[in-house]
Design a protein around this ligand. Structure first.
Ligand code: SF4
Length: 219
């Protein structure tokens, strides 16, 4: 077990402790191609990865390219993703993105953060998830879990995901960015939940800013 309290930088201790706790930390969306990951990530807004995986298993069996998704059309696509919520806008954005991919990128997903961000419905977080998980490009997507965990640990102060991304990127080596993203998400989903963090089960109490604030006598 990593010893919190040694002379290693706090960020390194946090990284090692989370890696030890979550050795299988990875992208929990199921995909086989960059395009499938792009669609899954768009669908995952305000929805669990588990539910997205159920829906995409059926969707991708029928249509898993920009051309075949476009062939479904708005109504049919909406019906296939209805259970995920926000289905009207998600379908609209997916179809608009597919159109751009077919017209400008020969149906391929570009391995480029900025080009991805130009696609309808694709924000910085989604673009970061796609470049890092589909193309192995170092990126650190900040979602609600990464944002919360970084703040509680005292690693970031930024009020926007973009600011927190910047802060975390200066703290962790580039080669660790993608894994930091997964580790923080695993930690946020399983231990450091938004309403009730399970601090008694957390390996980071010794370095956590919030824990120290709430338990001043223990440090
Ligand atoms: S000690 Fe508590 S608040 Fe801090 S990271 Fe762990 S679970 Fe979250």
């Amino acid at each position: 077990m990593t010893q919190i309290g040694s002379n290693e930088p706090v960020s390194q201790l946090i990284f090692e402790a989370l890696q030890e706790r979550f050795p299988d930390a990875r992208c929990e969306l199921e995909f086989h191609t960059p395009f499938e990951l792009l669609i899954s990530t768009i669908l995952s807004a305000q929805c669990t990865d588990e539910r997205v995986n159920l829906v995409t298993a059926a969707l991708f069996a029928e249509a898993n390219t920009p051309e075949t998704i476009l062939a479904l059309g708005q109504i049919k696509l909406e019906n296939k993703i209805r259970s995920l919520g926000l289905f009207h806008n998600k379908a609209k954005n997916i179809l608009a993105s597919c159109k751009v991919l077919v017209e400008n990128f020969e149906g391929q997903v570009p391995a480029d953060l900025e080009l991805l961000r130009d696609l309808p419905g694709v924000g910085r977080k989604t673009a970061n998830v796609v470049v890092s998980n589909a193309f192995g490009i170092p990126a650190l997507a900040v979602d609600t879990h990464v944002f919360r965990v970084a703040h509680r640990l005292g690693l970031a102060k930024g009020k926007t995901p973009e600011k927190v991304e910047e802060e975390l990127k200066t703290i962790f080596l580039q080669e660790k960015w993608s894994l930091v993203h997964h580790l923080f998400i695993f930690h946020g989903r399983r231990i450091c939940g938004s309403r009730k963090p399970l601090c008694v089960e957390c390996p980071l109490t010794g370095v956590c800013k919030q824990y120290k604030e709430y338990n001043p006598g223990l440090h």
